[in-house]
Write a protein that binds this ligand. Structure first.
Ligand code: HEC
Ligand code: HEC
Ligand code: HEC
Length: 454
């Protein structure tokens, strides 16, 4: 093996390794997977999101996304078919006789509110701008009761489509906490009154003037720039040629050999796989569901060659990269005229707008122009489903030093909403992915797998 490949293979995944050990230790207890009833997951254990009882405490096992633990949110809506709808908008009554503490209110806003709103607080860095600038909110003569209702359940004031979570109605915040924040907001008059406080001259502090920085990681199709190519070269390429454990045909035996690489297909050219990645997700009649390449391989590989290829495992991620890279440069072209695909697009669009988790937010709250699309959530600039190619997966994620598929992204986007995730290969995620790729098909976005991204 070439030296650089060996070096790249030692990529570190401390958090994931630790969680892996936890799963082994917890194996003795019996768990259930939260998914639609008709699909038995073929995903890795970490990807299944098993809910189990640990001595009276129910937990959901998941990836250690940004410090989110194993808290179980099964009482709140998820994307699973049959999961209940989020409770409707609710009026709140500001309790009489409790006094707000503006200092406490300011501290409470750092994080949960400043992810979307700018306040005149130099300690807040970076604030987001999904919601309006609040630096002069106290100058507008709004009543305390009005501000209380906005925080308690913004849908009552701004309508059902408000991207702001109902902090009071969901039970996340107490009446006292909301009253403290109202007291703080009323102090925000501006300086002079009505003119936003500047706080600092650094234009990066203010999300309305901050630059959108797109880091340059080099050419993603260059073996020396993209670590996942080295991994795929040492995992998926030999696996493609390897007969099964019981002497079954190899992938190459049925689909042909891997030829020399070219600029678009750095892992080598497999003629029979050209264009395949661009046509997925596909309706697979035998399973009555939409499947991505990743979903398909998790079932097809063990059935044909005998190789296990669980969703989100290293073999599945790298084999998907090998297959999808054969379509690099080609436009997405899923079959939107197929009635089953059209139905999945519709289901996916509904799921995209579905409020999930205790926070009761939807994908569209962060990824459309009405919500956070092309705005900052904290320091992160959000993709807009109508404009941006949201699926070119799996890719190499620099922050985790590992490849990720679109489903890990979905599982991860759900966690801060305090929602239980579904297994990576859940049919509901396939419908969501179909909706996203229907947009990319309509726009003619071209495949580029594997990318490098933060
Ligand atoms: C996910 C982003 C998001 C978060 C988090 C958020 N808000 Fe909002 N907020 C909005 C949006 C968007 C609006 C504009 C109204 C609308 O479109 O629903 C808004 C409106 C408001 C308004 C009314 C502003 C006006 O000009 O009338 C206030 C006050 C407010 N939010 C306070 C808060 C507080 C306090 C928190 C934390 C408890 C918070 N928001 C958390 C997105 C958010
Ligand atoms: C015994 C022969 C056989 C083996 C071994 C085999 N396949 Fe297949 N493969 C097929 C056939 C036949 C189809 C098309 C029918 C179907 O969808 O099942 C197919 C379909 C596919 C498709 C989807 C093509 C499309 O246009 O939708 C992919 C991707 C694929 N195989 C990858 C693999 C990989 C990777 C391996 C090795 C792990 C493998 N196959 C092993 C026979 C095989
Ligand atoms: C509370 C806000 C929030 C919600 C709700 C949310 N996301 Fe995200 N999403 C993010 C953030 C933050 C990022 C990272 C942005 C970045 O790194 O550029 C992101 C990134 C993504 C990306 C990667 C985009 C890219 O350019 O690579 C995809 C795909 C995605 N989200 C899909 C979804 C889907 C599907 C849902 C619903 C199941 C969803 N998100 C819900 C906040 C959210």
């Amino acid at each position: 093996m070439k030296h650089w490949v060996r070096k790249l293979l030692r990529f570190k995944r401390p958090g994931l390794v630790a969680i892996g050990l936890l799963f082994v230790a917890a194996c003795a207890t019996v768990g259930t997977t939260v998914t639609s009833k008709e699909w038995t997951s073929r995903a890795t254990l970490q990807s299944q999101g098993i809910v189990k009882d640990l001595g009276g405490k129910r937990i959901q096992e998941r990836y250690p996304f940004g410090g989110f633990g194993t808290d179980n949110f099964e009482q709140w809506p998820t994307f699973a078919a049959g999961s209940p709808a989020y409770p409707p908008p609710k009026k709140g009554q500001m309790p009489a006789g409790i006094k707000g503490d503006p200092k406490k209110g300011q501290a409470l806003m750092r994080g949960p509110c400043t992810a979307c709103h700018l306040i005149p607080d130099a300690a807040v860095w970076p604030a987001g701008n999904v919601g309006p600038d609040l630096r002069t909110i106290g100058h507008r003569g709004l009543t305390d009761a009005h501000l209380y209702q906005v925080i308690y359940d913004a849908r009552v004031v701004f309508g059902e489509t408000s991207p702001m979570a109902p902090f009071g109605a969901s039970g996340m915040w107490t009446a006292q906490q909301i009253v403290d924040v109202v007291a703080y907001l009323q102090t925000l008059k501006g300086n002079p009154p009505g003119v936003p406080d500047k706080v600092t001259d650094d234009k990066q502090w203010n999300p309305f003037t901050r630059d959108v920085v797109k880091p340059d990681y080099g050419d993603p199709l260059d073996l020396t720039a993209n670590p996942v190519l080295g991994l795929a070269d040492s995992v998926a390429v030999p696996l493609w040629r390897k007969p099964g454990p019981k002497g079954q045909q190899s992938c190459a035996g049925c689909h042909g050999n891997i030829g020399a690489a070219d600029a678009q297909r750095p892992l080598g050219v497999i003629a029979s796989m050209a264009g395949v990645g661009a046509r997925y997700p596909k309706w697979i009649a035998r399973h009555s569901r939409m499947m991505s390449v990743e979903d398909f391989l998790a079932v097809h590989a063990p059935e044909t060659s005998g190789h296990e290829m669980p969703s989100q495992g290293e073999q599945n991620l790298t084999m998907s990269i090998l297959v999808k890279s054969q379509s690099n440069g080609m436009p997405y072209q899923i079959d939107l005229k197929d009635a089953n695909v059209a139905a999945a697009v519709k289901r996916g669009q509904e799921l995209f707008q579905r409020r999930v988790g205790q926070r009761g937010q939807s994908c569209s709250d962060c990824h459309t122009a009405r919500g956070g699309g092309n705005k900052f959530l904290g320091g992160r600039f959000l993709a807009d489903v109508e404009k941006d190619a949201m699926v070119n997966h799996p890719y190499w994620r620099t922050a985790w030093q590992r490849p990720i598929d679109i489903r890990i992204r979905m599982q991860w986007c759900m966690t801060p909403l305090l929602a239980n995730m579904l297994p990576g290969d859940a049919p509901e995620y396939a419908d969501l992915e179909t909706f996203l790729i229907s947009k990319q098909t309509q726009r003619g976005d071209k495949l580029l797998v594997p990318r490098i991204s933060h």
